[in-house]
Ligand binder design. Structure first.
Ligand SMILES: NC(=O)c1ccc[n+]([C@@H]2O[C@H](COP(=O)([O-])OP(=O)(O)OC[C@H]3O[C@@H](n4cnc5c(N)ncnc54)[C@H](OP(=O)(O)O)[C@@H]3O)[C@@H](O)[C@H]2O)c1
Length: 432
């Protein structure tokens, strides 16, 4: 009989249960491939009474039963949240165990330290599932793309927001209705703030950015803005201009600096990323040798996430069986400084309401001109009646040529302060 490699699961929820099932159902097949049998030895949970369809003897409420067990060489952390997951991962590594994690928050906040602890201890931490669920993105940065200087990555890496934006674009739904649909279908958490405010995508961009640009990226280095203020009108105008609106995670290296930002963006509808709809995710990478490539698939859900976690487990088990340590270590070469958001240069879309009379438009273009910003296009279609007493305003949509963020913010403040302007409804960056 084949030797056994015992696995400790920290967490037995959506992902943990799928991992336990896959390891059981594919047992013989995996044994044949690895030359060792993989066995789930213990699973940490919070609630020992919840029905779960696994042998209750596997369950424990005490992490020490896994972390202090010398017979468990691989720990799979699928409990989520920063703490105690971070503490448990560090304890497992320090105890000489290999770790697989799906935890983007822990890897975004503590990745460099965790990787360094693993290197010092001669063990591995694998985290393919932390970004893009079942889509292979971490592996390619570690292996297949290492010959490249990565210039840019652009990604749709939050399925909840992509579903909401797709609903808003295709059904004309407002944000609240589209989010309610996502929650009803199980695509959004009861508390969706981390997703809709762009925090989840910023964690994932911090992880990808560290790998792509060989730079220690902290979540605080990633600018983020969510989708909560987008209105159905923006989707109508975007379509008219030949764009879609996506929550993009962008990492771009230029002139010795790297910019990392998550925000809604207008994107030409002809681009591949513009066609990524619903809960699907995609990561587009541009390297000096490989050119532009795209990774696409399901970024969440039990099956896809389990696919990535179990692949990491198999890789570790194969190396354990062959007594081979991983040769991969992150390299941070300090080549780039971070470009603050104020210095980022991009194009803009602006939607505003202004008094409909001669001379008003000249005041708006003067404010833009004073900030060295030139117009690319203007739409003025409908007048809206707002306020009490009711006043009729013209809805004006502008797009600009490339401008520096700080200049654009100055211009927008000046425009919003004009007595003839009722409100600046939207300022959305245009991906180019
Ligand atoms: N779900 C996805 O589609 C997906 C996709 C990509 C990445 N991920 C990542 O995968 C991880 C797990 O997600 P999930 O959806 O499987 O979460 P989940 O369904 O909420 O499961 C979490 C599991 O961890 C246990 N747990 C949580 N805190 C604990 C604590 N302090 N002590 C003991 N047990 C604890 C829970 O115990 P009880 O069962 O007793 O409550 C549960 O079994 C997260 O890092 C998540 O970001 C998930």
């Amino acid at each position: 009989m084949a030797h056994v490699i015992r696995i400790g699961l920290l967490g037995l929820g959506v992902v943990g249960s799928a991992v336990a099932n896959a390891l059981m159902e594919k047992g013989d097949h995996l044994t044949g491939r690895i030359g060792r049998r993989l066995e789930v030895a213990r699973a940490l949970v919070r609630d020992g009474d919840k029905p779960r369809g696994v042998d209750r003897a596997l369950l424990t409420l005490d992490a020490d039963d896994i972390l202090d067990d010398p017979e468990i060489p691989i720990v799979v952390e699928v409990m989520g949240g920063e703490n105690p997951a971070h503490e448990y991962i560090v304890r497992a590594l320090r105890a000489g165990k290999h770790v697989v994690t799906a935890n983007k928050e822990v890897m975004a906040k503590h990745g460099p330290e965790i990787l360094s602890i693993a290197a010092d201890r001669g063990v591995d931490i694998s985290f393919e599932a932390s970004v893009g669920g079942g889509i292979p993105v971490i592996g390619p940065f570690k292996l297949d793309l290492v010959a490249n200087d990565i210039h840019e990555l652009r990604a749709i890496i939050n399925g909840t927001t992509n579903f909401v934006l797709t609903q808003m674009a295709t059904r004309g739904a407002d944000f609240a209705a589209a989010l309610a649909d996502a929650q009803r279908l199980g695509y959004a958490e009861p508390d969706p703030r981390s997703d809709v405010e762009g925090v989840d995508a910023a964690y994932k961009l911090a992880i990808l950015g560290s790998l792509a640009f060989h730079t220690v990226v902290r979540p605080a280095d990633v600018y983020h803005e969510g989708i909560t203020t987008l209105s159905p009108a923006d989707f109508r105008y975007a379509r008219e201009l030949g764009y879609v609106i996506k929550l993009l995670a962008i990492g771009r290296a230029r002139d010795g600096a790297v910019e990392l930002r998550v925000h809604p963006a207008l994107m030409p509808e002809s681009e591949m990323l513009a066609k990524v709809d619903g809960v699907f995710n995609a990561v587009e990478v541009e390297g000096d040798l490989v050119g532009r490539i795209l990774f696409y698939g399901r970024g969440a859900g039990a099956g896809p996430t389990c696919s990535a976690v179990v692949a990491d487990v198999i890789d570790l088990a194969q190396r354990l069986a062959a007594c081979q340590a991983s040769l991969w270590r992150p390299t941070y070469d300090g080549r780039y400084r971070f470009r603050p958001m104020d210095e980022v240069s991009t194009r803009y879309y602006v939607r505003l309401l202004a008094v409909d009379r001669p001379g008003v438009f000249a005041q708006i273009t003067r404010a833009l001109g004073d900030a060295q910003i030139s117009l690319a296009s203007v739409i003025q279609k409908q007048n809206l009646v707002v306020g009490d007493p009711p006043v009729e305003y013209a809805e004006i949509v502008l797009t600009t040529h490339e401008a520096v963020e700080a200049s654009m913010q100055t211009a927008i403040s000046a425009i919003a302060a004009l007595p003839v302007v009722h409100e600046v409804g939207s300022l959305i960056r245009v991906a180019s």
